[in-house]
Design a protein around this ligand. Structure first.
Ligand code: FES
Length: 216
């Protein structure tokens, strides 16, 4: 029997990319963002090349990408909001929902999954009372599943604000979130000796100091 071809409809409209949150920044926030974006843009021969760090900058302000953040990047770099949105939605590090103080990602790709990643994600979801993609009511933890982080030799891997916690078990992952919620963030397995909050991490990714006014 010959397999029947599968046709995909091209008549269904694609839903528009939408961002929420405030549409504008207060004047003092706008002034601060403008000054810091000047510093970032000056590092690039073409201003539009600064889009990725600027998206991290506005994410550090709001905890996610808001309408105000998208509009700020577009105005600052003389791009359209559609161009900014197209880039912002391509990379999973840019978030479209409010994010907790710590973004806890559990790798559930093949190797991590078979080594226990699926169990860790399910147990953390039950422990925190949130589904993957959701944030705890106290705003401390956003739980998500993440794709392979090229750390398969340390599977299963948990990421906190994109820092590695290697070779986890359901019990050790539960201890990580308990420490985070009690204000004693644990040290990652490698790289930095201490964890930053989500917004501080976004500032570092923008190429700035963790805190406004500090030295990078
Ligand atoms: S499968 Fe988890 S880091 Fe590669």
């Amino acid at each position: 029997m010959t397999a029947q071809p599968v046709f995909f409809s091209t008549t269904e409209p694609t839903p528009p990319i939408a961002f929420d949150g405030p549409a504008e920044y207060p004047a003092e926030v706008l002034a601060s963002l403008t000054a810091e974006s000047d510093e970032i843009v000056a590092r690039y021969p073409e201003s539009r090349s600064a889009l990725l760090p600027l998206l991290h900058l506005v994410q550090s302000e709001d905890g996610y990408l808001t309408r105000a953040g998208i509009g700020f990047c577009a105005d600052r770099l003389r791009l359209t909001t559609a161009q900014v949105a197209a880039v912002a939605t391509f990379y999973s590090m840019y978030r479209r929902e409010p994010t907790g103080e710590y973004l806890v990602g559990v790798c559930t790709n093949t190797l991590c999954a078979v080594m226990g990643g699926d169990r860790i994600l399910a147990d953390l979801s039950e422990l925190l009372g949130v589904a993957p993609g959701e944030t705890t009511p106290d705003g401390s933890i956003t739980l998500e599943h993440v794709e392979c982080n090229a750390a398969c030799d340390h599977a299963p891997v948990v990421m906190v604000n994109w820092e590695f916690f290697d070779s986890q078990t359901p019990e050790s992952a539960a201890r990580i979130v308990a420490d985070l919620r009690s204000g004693r963030p644990p040290a990652p397995s490698r790289g930095t000796p201490s964890l930053c909050t989500f917004r501080q991490t976004a500032r570092l990714l923008a190429g700035l100091a963790e805190q406004p006014g500090a030295r990078p």
